[in-house]
Design a protein around this ligand. Sequence first.
Ligand code: SF4
Ligand code: SF4
Length: 448
Amino acid sequence: MQTEFTLAQLTDPDIAASEKILRACVHCGFCTATCPTYLLLGDELDGPRGRIYLLKNMLEQGGPPAPETVTHIDRCLSCLACMTTCPSGVHYMHLVDHGRRHIAAHYRRPWPERQLRRWLGRVLSHPPSLRRALRMARLAKPFAGLLPARLQPALALAPQRIAPPSPVDRPHVFPAAGERRRRVALLPGCAQQVLAPAINEATVRLLNRLGAEVVVAPESGCCGALEHHLGSEAAALARARANIDAWERARLEGGLDAVVANASGCGTMLKDYGFLLRTDAAYADKAALIAGLARDVSEVVAELGLPQLAGGTHRGRRVAYHSACSLQHGQKIEREPKALLAAAGFHVVDVPEGHLCCGSAGTYNLLQPELAARLRERKLANLAATGAAVVAAGNIGCIAQLAGSGQPVVHTVELLDWATGGPRPRELSGGAAPAAETARKEPVQRGR
Ligand code: SF4
Ligand code: SF4
């Protein structure tokens, strides 16, 4: 694709990077076929090729974008299915991220939307605030019809049960069981701690059991992805720098073999820290180093290997593996989680239209509720068609989006933990002791 940036514009490193991406696009349109929003809306401007044109024009012209451009870019899920399909290696993720930053800097949204976006960025990435908001949402649910329409999707997603904070999310070193084979830092995250604390608990138990010492480093926390996708770049980069400093200290103290994310949206962000901070002289090298250490939990478990397993009530259970977009398209990890579940004794079945997003996409289900609901329904129908007893996914956003259909949805590590000696996930326990509470009784942590 030809571009018409001026030489002055090209001195901006973001413009220079986007110009390179735009030039790689040959307009072939292959990506359009796998784009969920094009599939739903049938409009070229709601597919990747159309959005690439809109982004090119917006960035070339500079200044405030047309409202129509903002509408089509806002409808993009950042699912990155287009990157998997593209034969020319167009890095759509960096291009649309730049576009979102440009919109945030130059476009004045209506006041209610500005407030909603600001509120989502602040609350979702701060566990105590999210816990408070969910308690209020639970109280407000009976009066949902009286509240503004923009708040309805958030109310609908609020879970019935809000677990107390888990000790595994506080700074600790969790020693390996037996010989230490790896030392890894775990990203404690933000919304996941509140929505499903059992996931970090299962991750720590599983990694410890497989021989990894797990460090939850002081002052590590939210990866910044939520704010990054809302276009709040300064806030997102501040979180990235805080995490990099925290893990750099942990690395200097005792070495680190990996920084582990168990929410694939966060893992994709960690792996991009090097690019995001490439022009920050104080952080560029450290960011590249941490990005190089970033791993999805399934990669680390695959490296460590599962023990030889025999028996167990989980054996032969039919599991539909839902491949989160950020894992399959963002990190190109598709095979490992399924292979691990099969090796652990589950009967893994593929989900039809597995390349399509479930509609979660960070805050998309709150900001674009109608499109998100249509994608959810489509995904639930495909999951139901598998006849699986349980759905496994590697991203909390997908787990929250797909919950409540009658087919339990759990994290892949919860199943692997169960298969290797941990508690049965609460969602599968039919009212038995919650996995999270069982885990809290286990003496797995050592205070610092
Ligand atoms: S990221 Fe997803 S929704 Fe956005 S253009 Fe690409 S395929 Fe379509
Ligand atoms: S598939 Fe790649 S090269 Fe073809 S239009 Fe889409 S982004 Fe451009």
